[in-house]
Every structure is written in C-alpha cells, then in structure tokens.
Ligand binder design. Sequence first.
Ligand SMILES: [Zn+2]
Length: 1165
Amino acid sequence: MRFRKLLSVCCGAAFCIAVFSLYVMLDRVQYVRQVDNQPDHLPKGQLSELQEKLSQLEHLLEENHQMMNRLRDSVRVLSGEESQVNQLAMVTALKGSWSWRQVNGSWMLPLDFRTLEAGPILTEADCHFASRMQHGNADIQMADMFNKLPFDNPDGGVWKQGFDIHYNNDDWNKQLLQIFVVPHSHNDPGWLKTFDAYYQDQTRHILDGMAKKMSEDSRHTFVWAEVSFLAKWWNDTDNEKREIFKKLIKSGQLEIVTGGWVMTDEANSHYTAMLDQLIEGHQWLHRNLGIRPQSAWAIDPFGHTSTMAYLLHGSGLNHMLIQRVHYAIKKRFSANRSLEFLWRQSWDDEGKTDILCHMMPFYSYDVPHTCGPDPKVCCQFDFKRLPGGRVSCPWRVPPQPITVDNVQSRAQLLLDQYRKKSKLFRTPVLLVPLGDDFRYDTLQEWDQQFGNYQRIFDYINTHPELHARVQFGTLSQYFAAMTKVAGWGDGPTPRSGHFPVVSGDFFTYADRDDHYWSGFYTSRPFFKYLDRVLETRLRSAEILFGLTLAHASHMGFSFELAKEDFSRLVQARQNLALFQHHDGLTGTGKDPVVNDYGSRLHNAILDANGVIGNAAQFLMLQNRRAFDKSALFLNVDEIRTSHDSLSTQNIIKLSSSLSPVVIFNPLALSRSCTVRVRVNLFNVHVTSADKRAVPAQIVPLWFNKTTISTKEFEVYFLVHLPPLGFALFELVEAQMPRLTVPSQLAILQGRSLSSFEPFRMVEPPLEGTDLKIAVAHMKLRFSATSGLLQGVQVKGWASEMNLRIDFAWYGTRSSRDKSGAYLFLPDGEPKPYVIDKAPVIRVTEGPLFSEVKTLLPHVTHSVRVYNLPGVEGLSLEISNIVDIRKEHNRELVMRTTSDLDNKGIFFTDLNGFQMQRRKLWKKLPLQANFYPFPTMAFLQDSHTRLSLLSSQALGIGSLKNGQLEVVLDRRLMQDDNRGLGQGVKDNRITPNHFRLLIEQRGLQARERVSDPYLAYPSPLGHITSDSLNHPPIVLISTMSSQASLSLRPSVHLLSRHLPCDIHLVNIRTLQSLTDNGPGDDVGLILHRKGIDCSLTPQQLHNNCSSTEGKVMLEGLFNGLNVRSVKPTLLSLLSAHEHKDERSRSSSTDVILPPMHIRAFTLNIK
Ligand SMILES: [Zn+2]
C-alpha cells in the first residue's frame, strides 16, 4: 500500500516536472529570442548566436537533470514521511511563474540557487586561541572588582567619594615630591555650541593666546588634544603664528596629547571610526608638525574602553590618562595605590598590549578636583575665579591673588593638597592638571593662572625644607619623570612590576550616588544609526577610490577625478571623525548642535556615494580608458532628502530594453544575499550579466496600513557576489518572467485587500491559532493577536525554542533627579507595552524571504527570515521603525526572551572589537546594569547561544535570565544636570536593524562553561555581523540601456577571498606630503578576529577558511602588483621614522596574531 502510494506520487511528480521543464525550455528559448531580437544586441555572427543558444539549451538540460535529482531526493525524504505524502503539492503554477513549496509548506529556491560551494576549513590552530583558558594574567580583573565592591557610597569627608588622606611631614625627606602642573583647556568640538561657533567664540582665541603668551616665558607649558580645532586654526592663522607654534612644540613647552581628531566617545563608537579619527589626527600632525603623539589624554569621555587602550598602544603611544570612572572604583584604586596601572587586553596572555595608564582619582577634571582631595581648597587655586570675574567658587571661599604677603600660607595650603594627593600613587611624582572647559580664552586668564602659580612655585622651589619641586609641565614630561623614578629608565619598557596589571573596561560610569550614565548609550538614536551608515559607506568609498587610482596608474594614466574625489573623501573622513566626539555620537549636544552634526553626516554620505559612483563606473567600464567625467551614469541607489529623513530608493522605469543594476559587495568574502530595487512594473525579469534568469520576489509598497501601490513595487533578487567585487544585473519588462514570483500576502486585523495584481491574498489563520512562516533553515511562530514572535523551530532541532520578542516602557522618577541625555534614572521595572486595539499585521511570503510585520502605534516591527543558502538563511532579521515623538518621559525597549539559563551572565561588545563579559549585579540599581551595545550581545547556557547583532549603537541589559533588553529610543522632557541644560525632545522617526542568531554549543564549549571572562563569536557570528554592517551597495544607471553594454559583467577586485577570520578594515589613500591631493601609497588595515569554533552550525557554505593569520598580499589585488609593503603603526605612521626606507620589505606575506589589528602602507600599481 505504502509503496504503491509512493510510486503514484513519484509518477505524478515526474509528469509535473516533465511538463514544467518543457514549458521552461520553451519559455527560455522564447526569451533568448526576444532579447536577441532587440536591435541593441544584434551585431553578432550567426555562429555565435547558435553557440549561445546551444549553451542555453545545455544549461536547461542541466537544470532538468538537477530537477530529477531533486525529485529523487524528495521521494527519499517522503518515504519516511508517508503521512505527509498528500501534501506533495510541489509545483504550483502561480500566474504562470515559478513557485516551489516544500513538504512542510516552506518556500524553496530552484536547485541551482539553493546550494553554495561547501564549507569551512578552519584549522585546528585557528580554533585553539579561543579555547584556551587564558584571560590576560591580570592582577585586577574589573569583573572581579565589581564582584567584591560593596558600592555602599559612604560619606568620605572633604573628598566626598573617597577617604581622609594622612601623611607625615618627613615622608619626603629622602626623596623630594616632584610636582608637574599641566595647564590644559578642554575644547569640545560641539556641545552647547556647534564646532564652528565654539571655534569662532573661544577656541581660536585660546590658540592665538597660546602662541602669544607661551613664547613670553619658556617655563610655561600646555597640552592640547583636539586636532580638529587645531587644523581649522592652522588654516586660518598666519605663518608667523604657525612658526611660533612649531617652536613651542619643538621646545617641549607645548605637547599634543592623544592627537585624535576629537576626544572620542568610547562607549558607542565602533573601533573602525575610533581608529579613523585617530589616523586623521595623527596624519595631520605628521604632515604639518612632523610629530607623533606619545601620551593620551581622555578627561571627559563617559566611561572608558580597553579598545581605546589597544588602539593607542598600536599607534605608538606609551602612556594614557583616563578620568570618568565609577567613583567606587576610583576609591578602591586609590586605596590600593593602583591608579597607575598597566592596562592589558583580556585576551592577551603575554602582556604585549600593555599600556601605562593613569586614572585621575577625583570627581572631575576641573581645578577644584585636580589639585588634591578637598575641592574647597583647590578651587582657591583656580585664578580665573578671582573675585570680580565671571566664575566663582561654589564652596564660597574665593581665590586670592598671590602676593609677597600671602605666598607662604597659600603655598603651604596648596602643597598640603599636593602631598595628600600624592599618597594615592606609588611614586613621589605628582600630576596636577590645571584647566577646564574652554579655558585660557582671554589673555588675562593666561596671566592670572601662570602668574599666580609661578609665584607659588618660586616660593616652594626656594624653600628646601618643603622637600618639593614644582613646575609647569606636559603630560609626557610627567610620565617621563614618574617612570624614571619607578625604575623604568628612559624607554617605555612596561616590565618593572612596579605597577599592577588591569584587565577589563570601565563601564558603566557613575559620577555620584546612583547616577549611572547609561542613558547616552541610546540618546538620539537616529544619529547613532546614521553614523554607521556613513561608516560603511565611507569604507567602501575609500577602498574603491584607492583601487581605482591603482588600476588607472597600472594602465599608465591618472584617474581624472583623483583630486576632486580625494577632497570629498577627506571631507567625509573629517565629518565622521568629528561625530565620534564625546558629545556627538553620544547624543548629548544641544538641538542645533545635533542638527549641525546631522547635516555633516548627511553631506559625508553624499560625498561617499559620489566617490563610490565614480569609482564603480571606472572599474566597471569595459574600456576604462574611455572613462569620461562628463558622462557619468552610475549612481548609488539611495535618496536621502535631509539629514534626518529615512532613506528611500529611485523608481526604475522598466521597459523592453535592459536596465542595468550594479551591485558592490564591500566584504572581502563572497556572499549570497538579496538586494532590493524599486520598479514601476511587477512583471520584471532579472538576469545576471551572463543572461541567466535570477530568482526574484515582488513585494508591494504600502500607501498606508492596508493599501498598496499599483504603480510601484519592490523587487528583491538573489545575488551571488564576489569578494570585494561588482556584479552586473539587468532588469527588463517581460510578459511572464519565469523566476519572478509575486509575494503571497495576508493581512490580520485590518481591512482585507481585495486581490491586488499580482499578489495572491491568502486567508489569515483562524482565530486562536498562531501565525507561522517557514524557510529552509527554520520555522517561526507568531501570535496572531500581537503579531510578535513566540517560538523558533530550527531545522534539525528536537523541539521548538521558546523565543519571544516584546516591547516595554520605562518611565522616569518623580523625584528631583530624572533621566536626561546622559543619565538613565528609571521609575522601576519596565511596564509592558499595552495597546487598546490589536495591531494590523502583514504577512509576506515568497521564495526569497518571508516576513511578519506588525504595525504597533510606536514601532513598525518586522521579523524576516531568508530562504537562502549560507549565512543569510541562518538568522532572523529584525527591523524596527520607531516613533515616540508624542510621548512624555518615556523610553521604549525591545526584549528578546528565551528559556536559556544564562545565570545572569551575558556578553556585550566593546566597540565591535571584542566581547566583554557582563553580569547582572543585583546589588546595583537597574540602570547600572545597562551597557553599550555597538554591534553584538549574546547570552548562553550549556547548549545554546543566542546572539543579538546590531548595525547601530544602543544601550542593552539582561535583567532576567534568558532575556536581552535593548533601549530603542528615549524621550525626556528635562535636563539631568550635567551641563547640557535641556532634555531630549528632538526625537526622529528612527530605523534600526538587528539579526538574531541561534547557535548550538558543541561539547567542547559546554566543558568551558565556567570560563569566567572571555568569549568569542563564532565564525558565523562574525560573518553575520559583518554582513549586517556592510550591506551590498546598489548602483543604478541614469542612462538608457546603452549603458550596460559598456559595462563588464563583473569585477573581482580581489583574486581570492580573505580568510574568514580576517576583516579588511580599510584601504585608505594617504594624502600627498606636497599638496592636498592623494599620495602614492595606501594604508591597508586588517583585523584578525578571535573565533569560537565550537558552535554549530559550522557549515557556513561561505568559503569560510582560515590560514593561521597569514595573508599573502602578492597577487591579492586582481590585475595589480603590490610593489612594496611596509608595516606601520595603526595610525599608518612609521614606528621608526628614520628607518623608513629600510623597513620596506620585499616580502608581501603578512601574519596577524588572533585578535590583533595590523596596518601597512602599500604601494600598489
Ligand atoms: Zn567634553
């Protein structure tokens, strides 16, 4: 009985296939004829025409063969699933096009689109790194310190958050107390005023004053951090001042600290942008002043990341200083005299990443909190606050001008503070910063500070019984003296054992009480989103520009737009760099400042798009010599009408002639994914450049909740893209496009659509039953009432995983202290998101993807799964469009809830560079348990890892087992008393995109469940994150079909993909040393990631292979020669300037240790 049934099914199916194949052949032959009949395609010999048809037929036969194979497979599957035999409605002709449904009801691609080249070859050695039980051998693990500290916040006396400090007068009898007072001015490149307004009103006066006043007395010193302001001043000022400035640098009176374009935010920023702004600053300093900074100075970022320590160390800095650290941690570090430590990466066993770090002990970087523990005393030594001035001391004891009469008592009072402060450190060398925001903007202030201090110094230095020597100094002068006393000698050799080794990070920052700065992880999320759009776009522009120049030069000419496009790149770099500032990306500027940043980001995206379009056109041309800047026609298909609008796409007007669409893959791995374009017709036939039909899915555009456009459609089509390469596709109007399938739609809780061409409307599920969508790798279940995810059945798993998504609200406190741009001060646990009426839910199903979209009043929320082979098909895509503009003191969160027993442990990324372990600390308030989330967070139990990947920075927490909670947007009506002076009320309609990845942990991983500090993403986790962050770029033609004739079918910029654990961070063209144009060399930056191989699915079908960190650069760039490779610092500067030429190596193989970033300058032609 069973066999007969099976046989009849087989025969039936075989018949269907045969009929279908015949139809397909006819259709294809017809199509080939149609295309060939077009006049554009004619001038070919008859022979070649016949050859082409023959090869088409051969291909069809091959397809047919594959179909038969598939049928055989299906029968095999079915023989074990007799009960489902009746569901074998495999081939359904839907409006004459192709459509496949599997036995389980899920959609299916044609066979030759369903598999990719098989899988990963990860060497054992590459997997070894993550499976070690190492964690940096640090003396202090920040995670342990959090565990131990009581966070009880007792009153510490004059040093409120600390303790009384005692000393004996004879403590310095044997060795003098050596004090370096370091004058500085903190210049925010945008906060209460825009960058330009600050420059005009204050900063240029500060720099002018510096040039004037400091040359008057060689004892006077200063440190300067923000190169963005310096570069602007440099352009504006005269040669005389530039020369004075250079002299001050040369004499050591003036030091450029950090040398970044800005003092970057360290929480929300991605390491690539952090590095970009550092490169921009260091390159500027190198070109204009011939210097490379030695010490870093970060007095204002709201919490500190070990990623910054890594980047600084890699850029050749020897020392760094940080300030905004949780007061309880400062207190513990002070008590243990650990404020100076070697900061080591958690994953570094050997200490090769160590950098000497100084943590400032007190509340702030202003004068009252830097001379010693008592702000009431220290404030009296801020001589800008002398009576009669605009600022005064809140402790109500004003400074006194220093005179012969009072100098003794004033000196003793100040020295007492210095001595107390020095008791917190291990050496008798003391650092005392002297400055504040936008200080020294009048000549008078230079005189007030330097004059009064000099009188005190002169007194102390001429009284040996005080056993102190005090002077103005720079940061590096301090470090040099301090390390010398510590026994380090002159060189930076962090091996003395004099300082403790610390691993971990300094989030989440609290400056007092329960005032945790976790609000800014999400504040102004629209611009956090836009920042990352620019990041990926600029990266593509950089890489394409660099390789375009190299290809042109290889052919013996120069690219026509080299200068023009390079200056657009530089503009874009500087705009992105500016936004990394700790009041930019953080969302803590005033409204007009936010708009100023927004339009800079917007302009930068337009600039990057322009550079991409030009480079794409050059690279794609059959005849690159024919490149003509007056006949450009390829453009990035993106419309952004203003700096805060959502992006949209052009409508491609289809006709019987071909519309070319060029896709660029910015990843150095090949990929298969869908791309989307908008068209004016649904009967669109998509072909790849070799004229093969490509599967496509038509999706409606919605006018409103339940009405669709009949004139415009979205078409998604499947693309296989080469690593770092272009592929050409063509769209044409066709009567019955064989592989184009209109989506199947269902609407719940809304007026049902009458069947709209060409979509098939299906009945929503019956009341009380769940909504289901399925693709090859998984099946999703949603509530038909709320439209929200309830469960996921992963292919091959025994049971459905309980995985729910919901939304919730936080309010703010009713007390005086309320949430604002910086602070998150919630009124307790989040309240469920409740709405009066069940939402409209739209279900879209098709062969490429299926999606459930829920139209909640504040979020358009969609969960989509792709029916694609490889990486794309293995995770859920979650997109939200958030709008809370009508709310009052509310914050919206999205939660993913599972049954995972993660025991309060979860992991969040630091700047997309590394994963940091987090724990739910019940002893801390709720807001302390939120962390930055620039790219990735995961939690795991012994069997499963659940990762949430993001393409923008937001705040995240895990307040319950199995749960991750992301803050999507915040609307706060008041200031939170951190100087901004306003709430956050300029909310925008904000998009965000996530991927949710479910992986099984292998046996090896389960054994390691107790590893307390470290975790690494799987190769799949990394690749999914990179795919999310670097989507393919679609370029369309503004010219007729003639255009595509002149284009190549594809361009492979790389001859091979990179190993899948190596990310191509950038190829960045260096500026010429002689003019503003591009120079001859490019900077190449590579990052080798740490990978955890013990998670499944390991089969990525993505050519994932590893090479133990070895990258052969020779022959890597198709059609180009790598003429020299020179290892550099991460800032692309030479580590040893004088060895410049000798270090140019003839070997073009480079090796990266796991987790490391390496940079090189290349000469490619
Ligand atoms: Zn600042």
